[in-house]
Every structure is written in C-alpha cells, then in structure tokens.
Design a protein around this ligand. Structure first.
Ligand SMILES: CC(C)(COP(=O)(O)OP(=O)(O)OC[C@H]1O[C@@H](n2cnc3c(N)ncnc32)[C@H](O)[C@@H]1OP(=O)(O)O)[C@@H](O)C(=O)NCCC(=O)NCCS
Length: 181
C-alpha cells in the first residue's frame, strides 16, 4: 500500500486509510485501548486492561516488509485497523502463507471498512507472492464470518475451547483462502 486512500463510507463520511507507520505508535495504542473496551470487540486477543504493546517491537512490525498494518482515520483518530502478516517469512517450505485480522469500532461497522481492508490485504498478498490466507474467527462472530466468506474464505477447521471468555468456552473457526499463484 503506497499511498493513503480517501474512502467513502456507506453513510457518506470520508475516512483515510493508510499504512500504519512507526510514528503512529501512540495513536495506535490509543485505538487498541479503546477497542479493547468496545462492545463489539470480538477478537479473542483483545481484552480490557491489556498491557500496552512494546514500542520498539511494534514500530519494527509496522515498518517490516513481512507484514502490512493498515489504519483507518476519522480526523486525528484511528477508528479501525487491520493487518496481514506472513507466518514464516523467508521459509523455503512454508513462507507463502499469511494471516489476516481486522478490528472496526462498533460505531463504524456496517459501512464497508472491514470489506475494504480484506481487499487491501488480498492485493498485498498478490504482490508478496502469498499463496494462502488464513483467518481465525470466534464461532459466535457472524459479522466476521460473513465478511470473510463474502471474500471467498472457507471454513476449513475448528479449534475447540480455544478461549474462555465470561464463563463460556469459545471455539475458533479456521478460515482460509487459496490464492492461485
Ligand atoms: C467483522 C468486522 C471486521 C466487519 O467489519 P465491517 O466494517 O462492519 O464490515 P463491512 O461493512 O465492510 O461488511 C462486509 C461484509 O461483512 C458481512 N457482515 C458484516 N456484518 C455482518 C453481520 N452482523 N452479520 C453477518 N454478516 C455481516 C457482510 O457480508 C458484509 O457485506 P455486505 O455489506 O455486502 O452484506 C467488524 O464487525 C469488526 O471489526 N468486529 C469486531 C472485531 C472482529 O470481530 N474482528 C474479526 C476477527 S479477525
């Protein structure tokens, strides 16, 4: 992703979508803190009160050629983010797979952001010789399952009891999309 995109939401608002850079660290942390408390945060890895990510490691990741972090901005605030990351960059056997994840603040959902981010990640996957994309989604997360399936991902597996949240065991569906190249 070379340039920032001005993206029109379904509600008519214009937001900016661009690659997250090292200098976005503070804005990114602010978003993650907000998202971890968001009523729609159904990712299993975000939780209220989570520690701040290490600054040096985060900056290294944002700037790495082996992943693409993307942030969506409403003015000066990040309102959604997503990333695609090679699983074993440079590995001769398994270096051509990557995982995707998307997080949109509930207030901004149903406006086309999640779908646009998956498009951006698929383009990056093509440009980076990725052959297979994976996503892990809670079994109760119909929005994310719907978004992935709209983009051609298929459910190919399930991890039972992969997380224990609010007194309930949560399963995680494994979704994948093969890119024919
Ligand atoms: C899942 C999520 C990324 C979807 O983002 P979004 O910006 O609302 O998605 P979009 O508006 O681009 O919708 C894309 C598609 O997703 C599907 N979708 C969205 N909400 C849905 C819902 N509540 N039920 C079923 N399908 C839904 C639809 O197929 C939709 O396409 P359509 O508008 O043509 O019908 C967003 O709800 C989110 O971030 N949730 C919290 C975090 C999370 O669960 N992340 C995923 C784990 S990796």
């Amino acid at each position: 992703m070379k340039r920032a995109i001005q993206f029109k939401l379904k509600n008519g608002k214009i937001v900016t979508i661009r690659r997250t850079r090292g200098y976005d660290y503070e804005a990114q942390m602010k978003f993650m803190e907000k998202f971890s408390k968001d009523p729609g945060a159904f990712n299993t890895w975000q939780y209220a009160g989570q520690p701040k990510k290490d600054k040096e490691k985060s900056i290294k990741m944002y700037e790495s050629d082996d992943c693409l972090f993307v942030s969506v901005w409403d003015g000066n605030n990040i309102i959604a983010m997503g990333n695609i990351e090679k699983y074993r960059a440079g590995h001769p056997y398994s270096g051509r797979s990557a995982g995707v994840a998307v997080s949109v603040l509930q207030k901004y959902t149903h406006n086309g952001i999640g779908s646009k981010l998956l498009d951006i990640f698929e383009k990056w996957a093509h440009e980076n010789n990725i052959h297979v994309l994976y996503a892990g989604v809670r079994h109760t997360n119909l929005a994310s399952l719907g978004n992935c399936m709209k983009h051609g991902y298929e459910i190919t597996g399930i991890k039972h009891d992969s997380a224990y949240i609010n007194g309930e065991w949560i399963h995680e569906y494994i979704l994948e999309k093969i890119i024919e190249k």
